[in-house]
Design a protein around this ligand. Sequence first.
Ligand code: UDP
Ligand code: MG
Length: 319
Amino acid sequence: MNKGPVISVVVPVFNEEPVIMESYRRLTAVMAGLGEPYEIIFVNDGSWDASAEIIGGLTERDAGVALINFSRNFGHQSAITAGMDYARGRAVVVIDADLQDPPEVIPAMINAWRAGSDVVYGKRISRQGETFFKRFSAAVFYRLLKKMTGFDIPVDAGDFRLIDRKVCNAMKSLGEKNRYIRGLISWVGFKQSAVEYARDKRFAGETKYPLKKMMQLAMDGIAAFSYKPLRFATTLGFIISLLSFAYIVVVIYQRLFTDTTITGWSSLIGVVLLTQGIVLMTLGLIGEYIGRIFDETKNRPVYIVSEIIGGGARDSHME
Ligand code: UDP
Ligand code: MG
């Protein structure tokens, strides 16, 4: 029986042609230094550059490298999900391909794991080479989410983390389609600890998270872990109804007991537009949740694999 790797490293890749060789080099240097069997699983999330060819070349030279090709781009969180599904190690490390999360931090994570932690997340004490907007929006978002969910999703931590086999299995048992991984990992619980690190700038290439994807991820995070936005809609509706009721009393009083002429078309239209805006906004908010219910009921897979290359005893593992 093949004993299999002790550590699996999962690397989501989306058009990372200029960084892959360097990622591989630095990852391998770190992992080889540990002196234990490991595997590196590159999940190619529908790249249209030469990422797949480059990694394919690596699988030929290095039996410890596996490549999972998706049939199209399914997104970062789906790529991580696939990596976790295929990983065989007793611990699984998830790390970005662009070297913003330094592989050299992995040994510290493994030490914390050996010392008894089931989840070791990388906490960013600084972020380099990212725009002020990104840093600011991330800082606000993580804190907002923490407030809204009421359970402990660590702030300033991305998906760079190590999880124990039992956490990985727990993650695999969750059928959610909208995967906000860092939230789910907190949700499953277990013993969590942090390793602090400085986030570097990208080794090469551009961010694959434009504003639209960032917003999507943020909304996934909130909608998957909190009902507060819905409650907010209820509260808002309640307050507005109360105010309107009070105003109606005033209007009736004016009509019956004073001879104030009816003025104020503009205030009327103002109120109408305001309430319409709020109604549409809350409808949209409800729609966000309904859309997610829709996704869940369709029960489509989170990703579709077109092929798996390399990775040694991969077949026996998959039965
Ligand atoms: N990524 C992915 N699919 C996507 C977008 C990104 O697999 O649709 C990968 C990307 O290749 C990288 C990681 O996810 O390894 C993080 O992306 P990126 O570095 O662009 O995000 P940022 O660090 O700018 O937030
Ligand atoms: Mg990055």
